[in-house]
Design a protein around this ligand. Structure first.
Ligand SMILES: *Cc1c(COP(=O)(O)O)cnc(C)c1O
Length: 348
């Protein structure tokens, strides 16, 4: 099977398994796991922050950050297409009493600055929830995986900071963004006070994410992690794979981007499929099928019969993600399978 559903399907490398077997460990809730401590220092340095916290998932990274930033009943302004708003089970509202306030996302994964400004300038009147946080996402998953421009991030940070609000960046795929923007993760994270990123997507580690910020912020997030049940004991076993991920798997993401461009070009030539543009394409291709839901279901099933898995986005759109283990040969085979499946699903 050529599995293009997500970069989360990546398997740990042999070097990761080796590092896991040899990892020096301790009780991390006591702060005594040397491997976790090392990963947290590495992570903080790579995104240019003071401290880092290892958590089981990107969802918990964002949730711990939101809980550390926002009081109950305060509002967090974030993209209407943000992963945190749509795909994290409403945790910030359910467990933090946080009013998630969606701001329109543009196709480029940016926030509509007029809408954001409108939310920020509501009077300090008893009618309104007080503001607690502004959140960004880069790369932007639901906006075709595009990398968001640094100039936009800086504009959002200026607005938020002018209102004395912190900025959190959901940087689940921040290293993909850094490659697409030809910059570093630290320069991207500079616009944000706090940042989360995933080890278990394109970086191919089996488990884990980090949330980074000031030492004082990370201390609060650490308490939230404990409250959420994310305080793990000999977590160095999995952190060891994360260290290998940061050491060896970042630069190769450029290959995933080249493969995604080839995939987008190939799918774009197939009658019945419409590829969404991405201003700065990373490792994702979102495309829509002509002919509505029935034809789309038939197309996806036909593709599966031909050995290719893709993810569904609503009723007639799909997402294909390139990752470690998907080379140019797999991309070419996936395009050929899509052409054949499209002929069957959309032909007469
Ligand atoms: C995957 C993802 C997350 C959450 O990560 P999990 O580890 O799956 O919980 C958060 N934000 C974005 C943009 C993501 O793509």
């Amino acid at each position: 099977m050529i599995d293009l559903r997500s970069d989360t399907v990546t398997m740990p490398t042999a070097a990761m398994r080796e590092a896991m077997a040899r990892a020096e460990v301790g009780d991390d809730v006591y702060g005594e796991d040397p491997t976790v401590n090392r990963l947290e220092r590495m992570a903080a340095e790579i995104v240019g922050k003071e401290a880092g916290l290892f958590v089981p998932s990107g969802t918990m990274a964002n949730l711990a950050a939101m809980l550390a930033h926002c009081a109950r009943g305060s509002k967090a302004m974030l993209g209407a297409q943000a992963h945190t708003y749509l795909y994290e089970a409403g945790g910030a509202a359910a467990f933090g009493g946080i009013v998630m306030t969606p701001i329109r996302n543009t196709e480029a994964g940016e926030l509509d600055l007029d809408e954001l400004n409108e939310e920020l300038t509501r009077p300090p009147d008893a009618h309104f929830a007080p503001s607690g946080l502004v959140a960004l996402e880069n790369t932007h998953n639901l906006c075709a995986g595009t990398a968001v421009e640094l100039s936009h991030m800086a504009a959002v940070a200026d607005l938020a900071h002018a209102h004395r609000l912190p900025v959190h960046l959901d940087g689940a795929r921040i290293f993909n963004a850094a490659i697409a923007l030809e910059t570093t993760a630290a320069r991207i994270a500079a616009a944000a006070d706090t940042v989360s990123f995933c080890l278990s997507k394109g970086l191919a580690a089996p488990v884990g994410s980090l949330v980074c910020g000031s030492g004082e912020f990370v201390a609060r997030a650490r308490r939230m992690r404990k409250a959420l049940g994310g305080g793990m004991r000999q977590a160095g076993i999995i952190a060891a794979a994360g260290i290998v991920a940061l050491d060896t798997m970042i630069d190769r993401l450029a290959e995933d981007h080249r493969n995604a461009r080839a995939l987008a070009e190939g799918l774009g030539l197939i009658a019945g499929l419409n590829v969404w543009p991405a201003k700065r394409r990373t490792n994702m291709v979102v495309f829509e099928a002509d002919g509505g839901a029935p034809a789309a279901v038939k197309f996806a099933a036909g593709l599966k019969d031909r050995g290719v898995l893709i993810g569904a986005r609503g009723t007639s759109a799909f997402r294909a993600v390139t990752h470690h283990g998907i080379g140019r040969g797999e991309v070419d085979r996936a395009v050929a399978a899509a052409a054949s499946a499209a002929g069957e699903a959309f032909g007469d």
